[in-house]
Design a protein around this ligand. Structure first.
Ligand code: PGA
Length: 250
């Protein structure tokens, strides 16, 4: 089964700069790698068009970082699933901890978004993970189990194959403090066991993943790839991580 290496650009890159970055990434990817790895690039909404153009025909999939659950309506500032579909988006990151933390996204919001994505043929990459305080309080397992179950509540079993889950410990995101391997493996296995039918769903690791530590995560039984933030903003670094993903599955 393919590895998945997804770049989450967060609020970085204008349309012009993002188009250039996508062009540079494309130039560094070897077609042979793409036989073993699914590559997703998730720029800000405003760069989706330019990045989509730069990646057209490359085999690299376009992703969004968020969306609303309604098809249209009076929701100032929001973006609807059909708007993403029209731009050629195939993946959407949902429930990222920055959405939960800074924009008040609840488990129920994430659940609605997951359902909407599936309705529109978008593949959700659902992010779950505990904060540092939750970890210190011994609440990691309860947190990721609750977030996973809530996000998938009501999702029919035959639709789970469109989903990926990213385990991103909040304290590891953008901090350079990546999660210990054994703990990551334990929690990712717990996620797979938290809901029936999830056994074959890809679980990705995210949180200060970089070219030096990524191969070790990919070697874990529970890990099928990565959701990469900071390290996805440099073409060479990201391409190296895609290669590692391909090698892990070769
Ligand atoms: P990071 O971010 O790789 O910069 O830690 C990962 C993410 O938030 O998806």
């Amino acid at each position: 089964m393919h590895a998945i290496v997804a770049g989450n650009w967060k609020m970085h890159e204008t349309a012009r700069d993002g188009g250039q970055l996508a062009h540079d990434i494309r130039a560094l990817l070897d077609d042979a790698w793409l036989r073993n790895v699914t590559v997703v690039v998730a720029p800000p909404f405003t760069a989706l068009g330019a990045v989509g153009n730069a990646l057209a025909g490359s085999g690299v999939a376009l992703g969004a970082q968020n969306m609303h659950w309604e098809d249209a309506g009076a929701f100032t500032g929001e973006i609807a699933p059909p708007m993403l579909v029209e731009l050629g988006v195939h993946y959407v990151i949902l429930g990222h901890s920055e959405r939960r933390r800074y924009f008040g996204e609840s488990d129920d919001d994430v659940r609605r978004k997951v359902h909407a994505a599936l309705e529109h043929g978008l593949r959700p990459i659902i992010a779950v993970g505990e904060t540092e305080a939750q970890r210190d309080a011994g609440e990691t397992d309860a947190c990721v189990t609750r977030q996973t179950r809530a996000a998938l509540d009501g999702v029919e079993r035959d639709r789970l194959e469109s989903i990926a889950i990213a385990y991103e410990p909040v304290w590891a995101i953008g901090t350079g403090r990546n999660c210990e391997l054994q703990e990551a493996d334990r929690v990712m296995s717990l996620i797979k066991g938290s809901t029936s039918g999830l056994e074959d769903v890809p679980v990705l690791y995210g949180g200060s993943a970089n070219p030096s530590n990524f191969a070790a995560y990919l070697a874990l039984q529970s890990c099928r790839g990565g959701l990469i933030g900071g390290a996805s903003l440099d073409a060479q670094t990201f391409a190296t991580m895609v290669r590692l993903g391909a090698e892990a599955r070769a």
